[in-house]
Every structure is written in C-alpha cells, then in structure tokens.
Design a protein around this ligand. Structure first.
Ligand code: ADP
Length: 492
C-alpha cells in the first residue's frame, strides 16, 4: 500500500510516492519556469504547472500499481482564473511573489484592520484577492464573464483538483482558502464584505473542504485515485513535522525561511506583524498558527556561490565557515529584498558590516550562515510575544538543515533544542499523511505523531557572554539597515 503525494512548488512540480510507513519510494520532478513580464511581475504558465504535475504522477504510476490515495500540497496564494465551461485559463498564473497590485493595496490601506480581524493577514499583494481583481480588470471580457458566473478562481491546489477530476470538482482546502484574503478564518466561510471590497463575485469561489476530506476521483490519471488530503505547503510541512500541540514550531529553511507556530484552537490577531493562518482542520477541529517569513535564507548562500564565486556547491559553505574560529566581527544582513517579519521594511537592502583588512571569504560565509540564526531569533521573539509562551524545541527542515553548523548556531542563539527529523521532505510527507488519514491507513493525528522520528538533535552550548555580544552586534547592524539610507530608497 502506498500514497502518492503531489508537491507543486514555485520552482518545481513533483510527485513523491510514500510507503505506509512514510518512507520515500520514488520521486519525479520537473523544474518550473518563472516569467517576469515586467518589473515586479511574476507569472507561470498554467499548462506547464498541469502538464509537469501530470507527467510526474504518470512516471510513478507507470510502474507502481499498489497506490491507494492521492494527496496534494502546493505553493500558496498563486492565482488562476479559468472558464468553467471550456476549462481554459484566462491568464497566466500570477505567482505569490508578484507585486503588481501594490498600488491597489495601498489605496485600500484604511481597511487593513478589518482585513486582519477577519483573515489574520496583512493587506498585501502577496495574497490572492487583489491578483484575482487584476485579472478581472485587465483581461478583455473577463469582468463580464465573471458577472455571468462563467469563471472559476483557484489557487494551485484547486486548479489541479479541477484538472485531475476532469472539471467535476471546484474545491479548495481551508489552509489554501485562508491565504486568499477573501476567507473569514474566524467564521470559516467566504466573506461577503471582503469580496465586495476587492470586487470579486462570490460565484467564482470554490467550495472549501477540510484537510482530510473527499475531493473526488482523479480520473485524469491512468490509474484513477481518490484525492483525500490537501494543504498549502507550509501547513503541510507543519503536519509532516507533527507539530500538533500548542506552542510547537516548525521552521523550513529553503530559498527563504517560513516558521509556523501552532497556537491551538483560538484565533488571535498578531500584534507583532506576523500572520495568523489556519494550521489545519480535521474532523471538524480547527487549529490556527502564527506565521513569520524571512525572505532570504538559503538564497544568501546561493548568492555567495553564484555572484561572489566563494565556493562550488552550497554544502561547501560549512567547511569554509568552520575553517575560521569566528566571523571576526563580520555581520551579514541578507536583506536583498527588504526585511521581512517582524520589520516589514521593503526598502531595506543587504549589507556586510564590520569588514577589516583581515576579513576573508571564510568570515563572510560564516556570517551568512550565522545570519540564519539571527533572523530566526527576531522572528521567534515576535512569535513568543504574540503567543505569550516560549518554545523549548524547534523542528527544522529544508535544504539548509543539512548544514550542521547552521543547526548548532541556531540552537546556540535561540537557546532552544533544534530537532532535525529523519525525513526532511516534510511538505510532501504532510500531504501524504493527510491522504493516508483520508484513506484510512492512519487513525488520526496521534498516529502521525508516532511516526515522526528524530535524526539529530542540537542543544545550546554557547556561553552567555559570547551569545549576548553576538546578538548585540546583530541588533545594531539591523537597526542601521532598517533606517534605509536615502541613497538606497531613492534607488529603489
Ligand atoms: P527550495 O525548496 O526553496 O527550492 P531547498 O529546501 O531545496 O529550497 O533548499 C535549497 C537552499 O538551501 C538553497 O538556497 C541552497 O543554497 C541552500 N543549501 C542547501 N544545502 C546547503 C548546505 N549544506 N549549506 C548551506 N546551504 C545549503
């Protein structure tokens, strides 16, 4: 018995086959191209999203006949609109990173408190609502079709479910719905006032299901499978990391970093510029999470590799960092695209501070790796203020956690235990777990908790003085960057 998990991400479309025990049996993947038609615009070809996903599934189904269920996880917020009759998309998928609706969001700023109270989100182009409005207002004839009820909106999960069920099901899950800025996460329904604010006809919206639910039969596959588990990527990772108790945190270190803290069954608006989002809803029971993101995590290592040519491969950064005792006073603030939570300063830019004649690439690399921990420290500070509790353990995953220097430095700076699980493909695993519950392989979340296995734990080992000095250096550096000197802001 096995479960197929689709992980449709920003940079690739993947299918992973998991055994009932949660082991990876096979993986297929295709890179996905991002298109940048104008400054700040980011799009993807919907047919590539669909064809690549289909290809990855078929490659696996080709030589596995014992697959029982299908789970889906996806890049969140990315927006598609299609014709309900023809199935044709009206425009490219507008990717979550796209900033074309910044002005529209700015013009609606006075509504931000209401939006946050209902959705837990900030009024930002990142989320789907203004992206849908843009398509309706800029594609010829779209608004008229929408008013006639002829159009469907969906995030990537919904689009894939529609295509996989050959147009039979227009459904999304509650975690993806919670990222649209149209879904009232307190009342758990699409919100009329929000739809009016963003001029979106409610007839476009999919029905919202729980994370474990009946999403229909994927009849487009050569081996039709029941789709029974769906969640957005960060929420799926939270499930893959089995963070089911209040206060548990998972932090994923890929290109960027996303940290989610389970805050239990009560919705709470952040007072520290974090997002509140639906963690999962299973068997009628909803859990919320606080979410904070760091825009640049592994991307700083890529930059050292590709732009400064410090090393051949990202993993070489570890030996280089360990070749020196410390960063020799060098601090790297990787704010290449601004500062994320809790600062939210889009005008800030990256800087390497404290350089001397002795500074070399090892010090700079070490400072870039250390920055991962400092950025997480700032994020966790905001989460703890919001939640009123301190985390004792953080479960980490993503490409960067293969770097043991980073894991140890995280433990040292955060003064918490850092746990790395055996399976770090937590996103796809989370979707497989959900589908597994749906298919009756697992009884529920307790059953999944038992399947989480520790690969390695890192405990704090830094002396107090060194830690305080390091944190002071970081705080002062960020303060400097956060002031956004005019030569930077004018340049933007
Ligand atoms: P994504 O899912 O965002 O594409 P991944 O989880 O695959 O990202 O992680 C890739 C990122 O992690 C890259 O930015 C890469 O630079 C970084 N990375 C991978 N392995 C290491 C390592 N051993 N040391 C430092 N950085 C690493």
């Amino acid at each position: 018995m096995s479960i197929l998990s689709i992980d449709q991400g920003t940079t690739s479309s993947r299918a992973i086959l998991f055994s009932e025990e949660g082991e990876i049996l096979e993986t297929r993947q295709k890179e996905l191209t991002l298109v940048y038609p104008q400054k700040g615009w980011v799009e993807q070809d919907p047919e590539h999203i669909w064809q690549d996903t289909l290809w990855a599934c078929e490659e696996i189904l080709d030589h596995h006949k014992d697959v029982h269920a299908l789970g889906i996880t996806n890049q969140r917020e990315t927006t598609l609109v299609w014709n309900k009759v023809t199935g044709q998309t009206l425009y490219n998928a507008i990717v979550w990173q796209d900033r074309r609706t910044a002005e529209l969001c700015e013009s609606l700023k006075e509504n931000e408190a209401m939006v946050q109270r209902k959705t837990g989100l900030m009024l930002d182009p990142y989320f789907s609502a203004t992206k849908i409005a843009w398509i309706l207002d800029h594609v010829e004839g779209a608004r008229a079709l929408a008013d006639k009820g002829a159009l469907a909106f969906g995030t990537v999960d919904c689009f894939l479910i529609w295509r996989l069920t050959q147009g039979k099901q227009h459904l999304t899950d509650i975690t993806n719905a919670s990222r649209t800025m149209l879904y009232n996460v307190v009342e758990q329904k699409w919100d009329e006032e929000l739809c009016t604010l963003f001029h979106i006809p409610m007839s476009m919206l999919p029905d919202v299901k729980e994370n474990v639910d009946e999403y229909g039969q994927a009849t487009a596959l050569s081996q039709p499978l029941p789709i029974c588990g769906v969640a957005g990527d960060q929420q799926a990772a939270l499930i893959g990391q089995a963070c089911f108790e209040t206060g548990m945190v998972k932090s994923t270190y890929g290109t960027g970093c996303f940290a989610l803290m389970n805050i239990g069954t009560h919705f709470k608006v952040s007072k520290n510029r974090l997002l509140t989002t639906v963690a999962y809803k299973i068997n009628g029971q909803i859990n919320y999470a606080l979410e904070g993101s760091i825009f640049v995590a592994g991307a700083a290592i890529q930059w050292l590799r590709d732009n400064l040519e410090f090393f051949e491969e990202a993993k070489d950064s570890e030996a280089l960092a360990r070749s020196v005792e410390d960063s020799n006073g060098v601090t790297f603030v990787p704010a290449f695209t601004g500062l994320g939570a809790p600062y939210w300063n889009p005008n800030a830019r990256a800087a390497i501070l404290g350089l001397t004649r002795e500074s070399n690439k090892a010090h700079i690399t070490r400072a870039a790796l250390e920055a991962q921990a400092f950025q997480t420290y700032d994020l966790m500070g905001a989460m703890e203020k919001d939640s009123g509790g301190e985390s004792q353990i953080i479960r980490v995953d993503g490409g960067l956690v293969h770097n043991q220097f980073v894991c140890q430095f995280l433990a040292d700076i955060l003064e918490v235990q850092i746990d790395v699980p055996v399976i770090t493909e937590t996103t796809a695993l989370g979707a497989a777990y959900l589908a597994g519950i749906g298919a009756g392989f697992y009884k529920g979340l307790e059953d999944i908790s038992k399947r989480w296995h520790l690969e390695r734990s890192f405990s704090p080992a830094m002396d107090l003085g060194t830690r305080q000095e390091a944190l002071k250096r970081w705080e002062e550096s960020v303060r400097l960057i956060n002031q956004s000197p005019s030569f930077l802001t004018n340049y933007v």
